[in-house]
Design a protein around this ligand. Sequence first.
Ligand code: SF4
Length: 419
Amino acid sequence: MASERQIHVGGVPVGGGAPVAVQTMTKTETANVAATMAQIRRVAEAGADIVRCAVPREQDVEALRTIVRESPIPVIADIHFNHTLALKALDAGAHCVRINPGNIGGPDKVAEVIAKAKEKGTPIRVGVNSGSLPKHLRELEYTNPVEALVTAAVETVELMERLDFTNFKVSMKSTSVPNTIASNRLLAERIPYPLHLGVTEAGTKWSGSLKSAVGLGTLLADGIGDTIRISLSTFHAEEEVKVAWEILKALKLRERGPVLIACPTCGRLQFDMDSVVAEVERRLQAYDDPIEVSVLGCAVNGIGEARHADFGITGAKDMGMIYSKGEPLKKVPTERLVDELFAEIDRYYAAGRKVVRDERAAAEAAAWLAAEEDATAMTPERLAALEAEKAREEADAAAERTPIDEAVSPVEGRRFTRA
Ligand code: SF4
């Protein structure tokens, strides 16, 4: 379930059933306005809805005013330890301020920040982190880290409510994927406020993306989470945005740009698919529509496995085929596959999202496909069909066998006999 409550970070709704917002964090020195703005523009281009900037010093909060004014997407100021910077960030017009009430200097300082946020109408993100839990929860952290995280988050929420403040979202971060999943599941049941999801310090682009996909994907599939940030050890913040989008697209939670399907290849592959996939992926970046394009390594499976793809290509040694929704469109020499694929896609858009079919070329492609098909090839589909057939035969044979009559079954020699 999405959170009951909704807040607005700039113009972006978060929670209350709004689309899951993608956010990232700049990795530049915030005071370097030119570099920070360049990165913000890149992440916005990649699809970030919201961006966060670290504000650890006076010069950063000074730069923030310009950044907020020039940024194409809402800006969150990320503050630790120094509540004065949080107050200044609110004055600088930040669209949201992230504080960790556990390290900002005590409840009085939190109250000061919240009073200013109320005055400005600015939302706050309150975060608890497995690395900085309040002292009284340290023991619980050893015995039950999930409960410790959730307790810290609930205590923070109670503090906000005591301050008569509800314009906030909550994040609860852990480096452990199971703890992230378990704690957010519990918290989602206990509070109505929007949840910011992330696996903290997830790691490199490769392992961090996988950890995030498992942790955040599990929660999002449960309907938990209103905004996500993928934390990757890369200077290129736009990579975090791309991963976030892939997770949302995989779960069909949001659509953005084309979806590329590509087979893993196997011993049946007869053309240089790696280069073809890379080229298709590169050229698809020019399209905004959520069109589905498939690249498959062999002709026989191409049609069956990508029946749902809007367009696809499949190849053999020196000839390949372009198809749409599982129907052949034309056969073309392998070296022209990619160009012809994009010619077909462009024709589709020019015709108002309609596949333009040349019946003669389609018939020729269908005939080529039939000739290519080798009835003896052990394709995955045929293997699956053979296994299914064998299972059916075994089930039939079992049904025909005389059922065992327990009453006449031999019991002699058994340690236990029936009474
Ligand atoms: S059988 Fe064909 S489509 Fe399937 S993995 Fe192998 S090459 Fe790709």
